[in-house]
Design a protein around this ligand. Structure first.
Ligand SMILES: C[S@@+](CC[C@H](N)C(=O)[O-])C[C@H]1O[C@@H](n2cnc3c(N)ncnc32)[C@H](O)[C@@H]1O
Length: 439
């Protein structure tokens, strides 16, 4: 097999021109949030249009198995189901699992309407059970809101149908941020001192009803195409460990990995983790995530302040980046090195589970930290080659401006606000790295 040298890879990427057909410039909000895609906010999700095009290009036959090892809120799994493919996703974040399972389970609209009425009856006729919350709940919510949310939560738990109950819990989880002092749109846990808190029930029902409408469209689309029972499985799983899948069994992988020192997914979902974690009867393992939050947070790839891991990154480009950073900021260099090591393990597993000749599509962006270019895409190509893949296609795509692209501080590389004069666009372009498993 022809191995592309690090110099060649870097040259290839430096001369790539963005391909217009991959910008999806004309896809409006109604298209990017179609069907169940907008059930729950989730940071750094990709738009369904990218996934759809990749499935159409690389899984043209029906009934294939598509995998996303960084499943997030389930964009890949939802699109796979809409196109009649089985899917399997992993994510370390239990909130991702909850959202994905909800988004991939179409519920008979009549059943849902009946339960909406039942829920309201439960709510009217019952007082909230006396729950003891984690003290941190008091930091985010005022007392009347907690009482009201307790009442809504108790009513939801009376819903006996598990799919419907999860649907309501997903809406509840989404609504926690609205009802708390959390600064909306902030990508870090920040208090908004001036926030006017909504009525929790009204706000919950408002979102629930939008989900009900979306479920109806999803359900009727799947029924028309006879895809209602197409399997979509989502596991809470650390993708740096062995995937629970047989070797040579997957037809296509579509994934977008986390980035180093970017989003802290555990922090961002802490309201749901705190609320559900305190309820060990219904969310047995979630208790553990909230009690041992620091340990749990460390399992997310790209999270800062980890101890240095040992091993070969399997990428000359990656090793040079880490060495350059070592001269500037050692802890950051360690984080970036750990990130590359973790990604190497995921690529090896992706290679093991794919069928020969099948494609792995990795949607990934580059960035700059402390003035050093972090060439995630180029490093991924080198690492994937070493894992046994060969180049199939490298696509550069513009991320159109209308999508909210966060800013980064030029110096620290950390996310920053609009008003910072040293801001730079974090990701103006990204790449779709398409690699093929050698036969
Ligand atoms: C860029 S997001 C993926 C978003 C997804 N494409 C979507 O549309 O929702 C990256 C995901 O990787 C997950 N992640 C981070 N570390 C992980 C690990 N060790 N194992 C599995 N998933 C992990 C994060 O929780 C996050 O959901």
């Amino acid at each position: 097999m022809e191995i592309l040298s690090p110099t060649f890879i870097q040259k290839e990427f430096s001369i790539l021109k963005p391909r217009e057909e991959w910008s999806f410039r004309d896809a409006g909000r109604s298209q990017t949030t179609a069907f169940t895609h907008d059930y729950h906010r989730y940071p750094a999700k990709f738009i369904p249009q990218i996934v759809r095009k990749l499935i159409e290009d690389y899984a043209p036959e029906k009934n294939q198995i598509i995998c996303d090892p960084f499943g997030g809120c389930g964009t890949t799994l939802v699109e796979a189901k809409l196109l009649g493919h089985k899917s399997i996703g992993f994510d370390i974040n239990p909130v991702a699992k909850l959202i994905t399972q909800t988004k991939t389970s179409a519920i008979n609209p009549k059943t849902l309407q009946n339960y909406r009425q039942k829920f309201l009856d439960f709510y009217e006729n019952n007082n909230a059970e006396n729950r003891i919350h984690y003290p941190r709940i008091g930091y985010w919510f005022d007392e009347p809101t907690v009482k009201e949310l307790d009442r809504i939560y108790s009513a939801i738990k009376k819903i006996e149908n598990p799919n419907v109950r999860r649907f309501f819990l997903c809406s509840f989880s989404h609504n926690l941020k609205n009802c708390s002092r959390w600064l909306m749109k902030s990508i870090k846990p920040t208090i908004d001192k001036n926030k006017e808190l909504p009525n929790p029930l009204k706000s919950f029902l408002h979102h629930l009803d939008s989900m009900v409408k979306k479920n109806e469209k999803f359900y009727s689309k799947l029924s028309e195409s006879n895809f209602l029972n197409v399997q979509a499985k989502m596991y809470r799983k650390d993708s740096t460990k062995k995937f629970p899948i047989r070797s040579n069994s997957i037809d296509l992988i579509i994934t977008s990995p986390p980035y180093v020192t970017s989003y802290e997914y555990a922090d961002l979902h802490q309201l749901t983790l705190l609320w559900f974690g305190e309820d060990p009867n219904h969310f047995k393992k979630w208790h553990h995530f909230s009690d041992e939050f620091i340990d749990f947070r460390r399992k997310f790839i790209g999270t800062g302040s980890k101890k240095e891991k040992n091993g070969d990154i399997n990428s000359e480009i990656g090793s040079k980046i880490v060495n350059d950073l070592m001269q500037i900021e050692r802890p950051l260099a360690i984080d970036v090195g750990n990130y590359f090591l973790d990604m190497k393990k995921v690529f090896a597993e992706m290679h093991r589970v794919l069928k020969s000749g099948s494609k792995a599509c990795v949607i990934i962006g580059n960035t700059t930290l402390r003035g050093v270019a972090i060439l995630n895409a180029e490093v991924a190509v080198e690492q994937m080659q070493k894992a046994g893949f060969k180049k199939f296609d490298f696509i550069k795509r513009e991320i159109p401006n209308k999508m909210i692209t966060p800013w980064r501080d030029i110096e620290s590389g950390k996310f920053t606000g609009m008003n910072n004069p040293l801001k730079t666009r974090a990701y103006e372009y990204e790449y779709v790295v398409v690699m093929e498993k050698l036969p």
